[in-house]
Design a protein around this ligand. Structure first.
Ligand code: URA
Length: 212
């Protein structure tokens, strides 16, 4: 049985996602909302990180507390739109390491081709979280997880903001052991590979560019 797909239904997430989707939302607001959403999603995605007991001194007394165990978290952004999820997540895990994976679509084969890969050191000791706002066909997500899995992280999760049944099916067929976190499962993909209703091109909206 494939690992769970968690749809983050928190009212704050759903409210901000609705504002983000609106075509009237401009670049500055799109960036701010994506940052806020990624912070909120990080709470859910990191909910089960292992903790270890420690003793600390408060100004008043010695007490026991808990800290995140081990070498900690690595966020891996799928370029380019994945960058939009980094700041918000780093806001709550400032010591996390960051990796990048760049993929473009070969127009003849429609398959992702890797053009850049840089992962943090010691991946075997890290909990890796691959981030990409849109899970559309699923081909880039599969390729990204292939590469990150080869580095043998301690654990591996995939986070997107908007997904669709086609992308989820593709990802689960190939990486059924990787838990997926999303804020929405939309209706479908259209003939151009966009999620419907979706939010358009996440990279263009975040960076303020326009595909020609
Ligand atoms: N990538 C996007 O940015 N948007 C989509 O709808 C699909 C893929």
């Amino acid at each position: 049985m494939p690992a769970a797909v968690t749809v983050i239904e928190h009212p704050l997430v759903q409210h901000k996602l609705t504002l983000l989707r609106k075509k009237s939302t401009g670049t500055a607001d799109f960036r701010r909302l994506l940052g806020e959403l990624s912070t909120l999603m990080a709470y859910e995605v990191l909910r089960d990180l292992p903790l270890r007991e420690t003793t600390i001194e408060t100004p008043v007394a010695s007490t026991r507390g808990r800290l995140i165990d081990g070498k900690k978290v690595a966020f891996i952004a799928v370029l380019r739109a994945g960058i939009g999820l980094l700041d918000g997540m780093l806001g709550v895990v400032p010591s996390a390491r960051v990796g990048h994976i760049g993929l473009y679509r070969d127009e003849a084969t429609l398959r992702p081709v890797e053009y850049y890969l840089r992962l943090p050191r010691s991946m075997r000791e890290r909990d890796a979280i691959v981030v990409d706002p849109m899970l559309a066909t699923g081909h880039s997500a599969v390729a990204a997880l292939d590469r990150v899995k080869a580095a043998q992280p301690r654990s591996l999760r995939f986070v997107c903001l908007v997904s669709c049944p086609e992308g989820l099916a593709t990802l689960q067929a190939r990486h059924g052991d990787v838990p997926i976190y999303t804020a929405a499962i939309d209706e479908r993909l259209n003939e151009r590979g966009y999620i419907v209703p979706g939010l358009g091109d996440a990279g263009d909206r975040y960076f303020g560019t326009k595909a020609s």
